[in-house]
Design a protein around this ligand. Structure first.
Ligand code: ARG
Length: 444
């Protein structure tokens, strides 16, 4: 029987190895500072820095580090192998506890930027889609029941604004975590005369963490990032769900590009929306990652505990999932074939202009609540006679209220209904154009 060795059990190298470039970047800044503050001789610092730079270069070329407990030990061991025992001076005035808090920040700050770039790319794809299908009218839904006609562009652009907020949330997260933890050492700070401000400048942090215990204990910035990620996934999964729904034969609004569907092993006719479905499901794992982190942190006594090491699988999985999901969504959206004719036809069926008719009556001075009741009766009448609203005659309409005139019938076409929604943020085409212009400005 195989038994798990305790040393393997606590090892994190299998996943934290991806922090190596950041670990080395932080170490180089630390070594420079140690020399500047005369904590170690300049010549020794130079040897250390040359060694670290060489390791960095080899890693970039695909060489791997020796196996060790974690990335910090692996880099240090490799450094000592290359430059000799002087390499052991690098860890002066430092602990793995402030080191990992630094590595995570250096790593995440880059990942946030790249996720923000993907968000921007997806927003651009949405705008392209909105421009390509400008003028297509669809039934808008509430409760998944036909509600009022909308421009398809308007509907899709809703997602762009959600993603835009997601992007600013990530910027907030980046701003809050923008403080240097290094110099906190294990938990109490250090007796060496270090210069934290110099390291902060070197590594482009705008502030120093002001409490060493806080700096090595908390991972709130990871929770914040993963929760921002959970919101992004929530938005993507709602979009994915609409792709699934809209491509079903009941809706028939869209057809997904062939490469975003796959067949069935038994039913030869099938083209299933698998990409959108997987997108929807990936969301669950990111939510899981958020709960995972929160539960790891809950009730941990200060300061550092090894439990914190287990933050990384949740973080890395979130980063990878977000990156992949965002990358696949933009081309999927642009692959859509839109059945504009069917969307338009459905707008004639579900009494989508009923609110407009009530509004029309309201404009003549009838209180809206009364107009609502009158139109409700008109709709019931139409349902009974199998008539769409716009096929009512004026005399029929006037039987319900004398203030109806010929203008009432003219507002009932979905095109007119859409164009009358001129309030800022509404679906009238000039408002949607306005919206696209604004978004484009924000994306510049
Ligand atoms: N691999 C550890 C982590 O990710 C580094 C810190 C270990 N510190 C310690 N005192 N055991 O958190």
């Amino acid at each position: 029987m195989n038994t798990v060795r305790p040393s393997d059990f606590i090892a994190s190298i299998s996943y934290d190895i991806r922090l190596a470039p950041y670990d080395i970047q932080g170490s180089i800044a630390h070594a420079k500072m140690l020399a500047k503050c005369r904590i170690i001789p300049r010549r020794e610092a130079q040897r250390i820095i040359r060694g670290l730079t060489a390791i960095q270069r080899d890693l970039a070329r695909g060489k791997s580090l020796p196996i060790d407990e974690d990335v910090h030990y692996a880099v240090e061991r490799e450094l000592i192998r290359r430059v000799g025992s002087v390499g052991g001076k690098l860890h002066t005035a430092r602990s793995r506890n402030d080191q990992i808090a630094l590595d995570l920040r250096l790593y995440l700050r880059e990942r946030i930027q790249s996720i923000q770039r993907e968000l921007t790319r997806l927003e651009r794809a949405i705008i392209t889609f909105a421009e390509r299908h400008f003028g297509t009218i669809m039934p808008g839904f509430t409760h998944l029941q036909h509600a009022q006609p909308l421009l398809l562009s308007h509907h899709l652009l809703a997602y762009a604004w959600m993603l835009q907020r997601d992007k600013t949330r990530l910027s907030d997260c980046a701003r809050r975590m923008d403080e240097l933890p290094l110099g906190s050492a294990a938990l109490a700070g250090t007796s060496f005369p270090i210069d934290r401000a110099a390291v902060a400048r070197d590594l482009r942090f705008s502030r120093l963490a002001e409490n060493s215990v806080d700096a090595v204990s908390d991972r709130d910035f990871l929770v914040e990032f993963v929760s921002d990620g959970a919101l992004i996934m929530m938005h993507l999964s709602r979009l994915a769900e609409e792709m699934v729904l809209w491509s079903s034969p009941e809706f028939l609004f869209i057809e997904l590009g062939a490469e975003f569907t796959s067949g069935s092993s038994i039913m030869p006719q099938k083209r299933n929306p698998d990409v959108a479905e997987v997108l929807r499901a990936e969301t669950g794992r990111v939510y899981g990652n958020l709960i995972n982190l929160l539960v790891i942190l809950k009730g941990l006594p200060l300061s550092y505990n090894r439990d914190l090491q287990e933050d990384k699988p949740a973080l890395f999985d979130t980063v990878d999932t977000l990156q992949a999901c965002l990358e696949v969504t933009a081309p999927m959206l642009l692959s859509l074939r839109v059945n504009a004719e069917r969307m338009r036809r459905l707008c004639d069926r579900g009494y989508l202009s009923a609110t407009e008719l009530a509004d029309y009556l309201t404009e003549t001075g009838v209180p809206f609540r009364e107009a609502h009741g009158i139109v409700k009766r008109i709709v019931a009448y139409c349902r009974e006679h199998g008539l769409p609203l716009e096929r009512l005659s004026l005399p029929e309409l006037r039987r319900f209220h004398p203030r109806f005139d010929s203008g009432a019938l003219a507002v009932l076409s979905p095109e007119r209904v859409v164009e009358r929604k001129r309030s800022p943020g509404g679906t009238a085409s000039f408002r949607v154009r306005e919206q696209i212009r604004h978004l484009k400005r924000l994306l510049q």
